[in-house]
Design a protein around this ligand. Structure first.
Ligand code: SAM
Length: 141
């Protein structure tokens, strides 16, 4: 997004390494928009976003926290804010990340907090993930 010219972009990760790597790669990026913190601890009073992009974050979180993820995403979005991105539509059959899921599960989990505008097979996934991802565009209720 930053390379595409968007200026109001925030990066969140609780691991210092990706934040530091990003800061080195984009020295002009405003440091106050680099947030090294636990997503689940972000204060909705402090942070409110128009859009949040999902890419292999949901699948990195223990499935026991999925409802918490949904609620925290809804809290961090402004009214009519949108959660957009990709979710795996596959069962990896493992007890470690990436954790998979299905459209049915996601519909059930998200529908109380989001209007599901788009949740459909992604047509332009990375070749290694062709056929195993859903593109989502969800608007907070
Ligand atoms: C598979 S990576 C994806 C990162 C990025 N979305 C991308 O596509 O390059 C998952 C990232 O989520 C971060 N992460 C996992 N749980 C987190 C949490 N509770 N709060 C903040 N970051 C977290 C990890 O440190 C890791 O960098």
């Amino acid at each position: 997004l930053y390379e595409q010219g968007f200026t109001n972009v925030t990066l969140v990760d609780f691991a210092p390494a990706p934040i530091e790597t990003f800061a080195e790669r984009y020295p002009g990026f405003p440091s106050e928009h680099l947030i090294c913190a636990d997503f689940f601890s972000l204060s909705a009073e402090q942070y409110q976003f128009d859009w949040i992009l999902e890419q292999t974050f949901f699948c990195a979180i223990n499935p026991s926290r999925r409802d918490e993820y949904v609620q925290q995403m809804a809290r961090l979005l402004k009214p009519q804010g949108k959660l957009v991105g990709l979710l795996f539509d596959t069962d990896f059959g493992r007890e470690e990340p990436p954790f998979g899921g299905s459209k049915e599960e996601y519909q059930q989990r998200f529908q109380s907090y989001f209007d599901i505008d788009i949740m459909q097979p992604s047509y332009n996934s990375h070749p290694a993930r062709q056929g195993s991802e859903l593109f989502i565009k969800l608007q907070v209720k």
